[in-house]
Ligand binder design. Structure first.
Ligand SMILES: Cc1cc2nc3c(=O)[nH]c(=O)nc-3n(C[C@H](O)[C@H](O)[C@H](O)COP(=O)(O)O)c2cc1C
Length: 439
């Protein structure tokens, strides 16, 4: 999971979705229980430390949400085996606070906590924490690395539940002075499992050297996904930890019993997107130009595809001659549209103007549209071709897309021997096959 209202920007508007899901803890618990019945490793909670009221009608999931530590505690109380991942940004926190909250969550969940360490994509967060600007990459990662060192030292020096074994850490670093010991007993998992999500070289390095799981963003082709995977593993090998870092890309499955139904569902979700009004800009047809992230209309599609498609009916098919004239980036996206919609650049069932518009938003994850076997095929291909060790499944809308995946795709993966039928242990480390680190 990523956002309780779904990861498709219009997921909250789907009739099987609950638009108020972000504040319905009963529903969040039910969805977590459904994922646990399907034997998922974890429920994943994303977070932002800023709001964006401009998105009220287009993507309310991005405006506000429950604070993730509290949400995770409520999920842990309603489940027994599934892990709970909390996104926490050290740029705007303090190592002692993170060590204490994560250790508490690990105790309250009997060893099922994980920390998704991000350094933040929201420049607006800086203005909520008394800073003039979001720090540059180097400073954010220097800070994050020292934070992670201090947090793990605090866990290692924490007392046992009976009060024995505690010691000071007397950390004196570039950014922090922390004496310790922590006032929470050592987490049941020793170290809470650490995910890292980022895109920069520094993020890849932190992930490979210090994280248990690298949570990967979307890559445009299978070759790029394999390249990314191999890069993380090679970096991890240089730090002697090739077998200790798992790479999990995000995946949004749009699945239905038949391919036709899945394509129709994807079309329906896209038809529910709130598009920006057309804006007039000069010289829009630039070869390979990329439109602004949030703008979605035929003007932005014209920029992205490098052909002027303004003023057309979104449901109409685009002439083959126009599709043949798109930019190199446009051609890559046409291939992607065909993969998702099964519509083509020539022939009777051609790509529509609406498809061009829907292909322009920045995707947070890879989207796969198909019947259960087709979705399972893609998962198997990535796994067997060296592009993924597993996936972070993002439901497009909640709860319908969660049950669609658990009821339709999980049994296929189990039949193919690709997914567990029972939990082998109780803690998240046990699910992931990761040993408890010694003190
Ligand atoms: C798959 C993925 C998930 C992410 N999830 C979050 C999130 O929940 N909250 C957040 O503030 N940032 C999130 N980020 C953003 C990262 O924190 C990161 O700052 C951003 O991608 C910029 O990359 P860099 O930090 O490597 O420069 C995510 C990034 C990726 C790739």
């Amino acid at each position: 999971m990523f956002w309780a209202t779904g990861t498709h920007a219009a997921g909250w508007r789907h009739p099987d979705a609950r638009a108020d899901a972000a504040y319905d803890i009963g529903l969040i618990q039910e969805v977590s229980q459904a994922a646990e019945r399907a034997k998922f490793d974890f429920v994943f909670l994303g977070d932002r430390l800023a709001s964006d009221p401009a998105l009220q009608h287009s993507n309310p999931a991005q405006i506000s949400r429950l604070e993730p530590y509290s949400t995770a505690m409520a999920i842990a109380a309603a489940t027994t085996h599934i892990g709970v991942v909390v996104t926490a940004n050290p740029t705007y926190s303090d190592p002692y606070a993170i060590a204490r909250l994560m250790a508490s969550l690990d105790h309250l969940s009997d060893g099922r906590a994980a920390w998704n360490l991000v350094t933040g994509a929201d420049a607006a967060a800086a203005h909520n924490f008394g800073r003039d600007a979001h720090w540059d990459t180097a400073r954010r990662y220097d800070w994050a690395e020292e934070t992670l060192r201090v947090v793990r030292d605090l866990w290692d020096a924490a007392p046992e539940p009976d009060g024995t074994g505690a010691r000071r850490i007397d950390h004196r670093g570039e950014f922090f002075s922390v004496d310790g010991p922590l006032d929470v007993a050592r987490p049941p998992q020793g170290h809470v499992v650490v995910f890292n999500a980022g895109t920069s070289d520094r993020s890849r390095e932190l992930g490979a050297r210090d994280a248990d799981i690298v949570f990967a963003g979307p890559q445009p082709t299978l070759a790029k996904r394999r390249e990314y995977y191999a890069d993380i593993k090679a970096r991890a090998a240089r730090h002697g930890r090739a077998d200790h870092v798992a790479v999990l890309p995000g995946l949004t499955p749009i699945v239905a019993p038949t391919t036709e139904e899945a394509v129709a569902l994807h079309d329906r979700l896209n038809a529910l997107l709130v598009l920006d009004p057309e804006r007039e800009v000069g010289d829009i047809v630039r070869a390979g130009g990329i439109g602004e992230g949030h703008q979605r209309n035929l003007t932005s599609a014209s920029e992205v595809f490098g052909v002027d498609v303004r003023g057309n009916d979104l449901a109409a098919a685009v002439p083959s001659s126009t599709l043949a004239a798109v930019s190199e980036e446009g051609a890559r996206r046409l291939t992607e549209i065909t993969r998702l919609t099964r519509r083509t650049v020539d022939g009777p069932d051609r790509i529509t103007y609406g498809d061009l518009v829907h292909a322009t938003p920045a995707q947070l994850s890879h989207v796969v549209v198909g019947n259960p076997e087709e979705v399972a095929d893609m998962i198997q291909e990535w796994f067997e071709e060296g592009a993924a060790d597993g996936f972070n499944i993002y439901p497009a809308y909640v709860p319908g897309a969660v049950t669609a995946f658990t009821e339709l795709v999980v049994p296929v993966l189990q039949r193919r021997g690709l997914f567990r039928k029972e939990y082998g242990g109780r803690t998240l480390r046990e699910h992931l096959g990761m040993a408890v680190p010694p003190r």
